[in-house]
Design a protein around this ligand. Structure first.
Ligand SMILES: Cc1cc2nc3c(=O)[nH]c(=O)nc-3n(C[C@H](O)[C@H](O)[C@H](O)COP(=O)(O)O)c2cc1C
Length: 174
């Protein structure tokens, strides 16, 4: 799903300051959703919507089944929203995409990214899937900006709350 701004003054639909508030108006964002039961997709959609509200040029959600190479090549910044399943693994539906990136080894040295990990602290490998994606992105040359946002489902039933609070602060570090 791709969102493209058509607001020429950089303001959000409710009149919020957009690009002027964060200086992100020239940036093309990709938002990765690596999900099994839907939480990471919900977060990714909310992040993309907020990015457009803040004046991003584009915010394209990379969902299951969409091969990410083209989107990543055409993006300046990635927000990776990654759930953990199994024992600290990436979600099953994301495995093909993960392997395609690991095998294809696209050069992502143009890309900056932020990481949102969705997990549960009752598992021994808290947010292990997100850390795997973090390692792969760095191997491919992408540069993480700031510390990740890790969201614990055992204490936070509304992951979008933590994710959007983190996003607002993170945007200022870009
Ligand atoms: C079978 C199963 C295995 C899980 N394994 C882990 C894990 O190893 N580490 C972790 O931090 N969270 C783990 N979780 C918690 C999920 O990552 C968490 O509920 C997350 O919000 C799910 O996001 P999703 O709906 O996008 O798939 C697991 C959940 C389930 C149901």
């Amino acid at each position: 799903m791709a969102y493209t701004t058509n607001l020429s003054d950089g303001r959000g639909p409710d009149g919020d300051p957009g690009a002027g508030a964060t200086g992100i108006g020239a940036l093309r964002f990709a938002v990765l959703a690596a999900t099994q039961s839907g939480n990471a997709l919900l977060v990714a959609d909310m992040v993309a919507e907020r990015l457009m509200l803040r004046g991003a040029r584009t915010a394209c959600v990379i969902d299951e089944g969409l091969q990410p190479e083209t989107v990543l090549a055409e993006s300046d910044v990635l927000v990776a929203c990654v759930a953990s399943h199994g024992e600290g693994d990436v979600p099953d539906g994301f495995l093909d995409t993960y392997r395609a990136l690991a095998d294809g080894r696209p050069d992502l040295s143009h890309l900056r990214y932020g990481l949102i990990g969705l997990g549960d602290r009752t598992y021994t490998t808290f947010c292990g899937g997100a850390w795997k994606v973090d390692g792969l992105l760095q191997e491919l040359g992408a540069r993480r900006i700031g510390p990740p946002c890790t969201i614990d489902a055992s204490s936070q039933p509304f992951p979008d709350e933590d994710a959007l609070a983190w996003l607002e602060a993170w945007l200022h570090g870009l």
